[in-house]
Design a protein around this ligand. Sequence first.
Ligand code: GLU
Ligand code: ZN
Length: 281
Amino acid sequence: MTTTRFAPSPNGPLHLGHAYSAIVAHDLAKEAGGRFLLRIEDIDGARSRPELADEFRRDLEWLGLEWDEVPAQSTRLDSYHAAAERLREMGVLYPCTCTRAEIEALAPRLSPGGMIYPGSCKGSHHDLTRPAAMRLDLESALALAGELEWEDDNAGIQRADPREFGDVVLVRKDAPASYHLAATLDDGADGVTLVTRGADLFSMTHIHRLLQQLLGLPVPRWHHHALLLDDTGEKLAKRRGSPSLSDRRAAGDDGKKLAQSLRMGQMPCGITLSGFPHGVL
Ligand code: GLU
Ligand code: ZN
């Protein structure tokens, strides 16, 4: 059975790009007679605004979507701790006490995921008085996992190569898991068979495939979809002034009609759909 999910983080309102993403996930599940899940990704303690989750549900309803909701990430902390402990025992996790400024000062290369960590803390005794994040020792992890592949509906079979991201953080200083660890574990636990999300997250899948292998999780298929861009060619975001779904809802717009237009690729004024895949081939 096909199971897809929409996994918004409640740190800002949903906008049109989210609507598109939810519709893609919803329709792919329904066309296959499968399940469409909603998962609230609320482990970002400081930035999470719990009241937004209710707004999200109202937005999805307004768009005419039906879903099953699975537990929010904030209720799954034990599973994140347990997985981090397993990775540590496997010898593929190490503590890192570096601050952002310290990493920047070492002038690391930039990757699509941000800065590449220069590995300063790897193999060194860490200062127990400083807060530590836990990073994936990518070299050891790749040696353990061997060659891996994953498949995207649109882009086909990919060789998993997460090296462009370096030793990513899996346990944050301020949260029990990073996005990579939490989302990968949850997709496994929720029985997601088709991970749908924007093409901007395409290369992150290399990391997720590696984590699945290390943790013995089932391997889904992926469907990275085109992105909605504003008239400057940038990804839509609230801070660039695009109205949120709740703004549109409050203004009396017809959500089902909007969903229908998005399905047909008819974008509101000033918005375009990037060709697929967006900067990934
Ligand atoms: N919570 C993530 C976001 O809102 C989900 C990304 C994903 O679908 O994997 O960007
Ligand atoms: Zn460090």
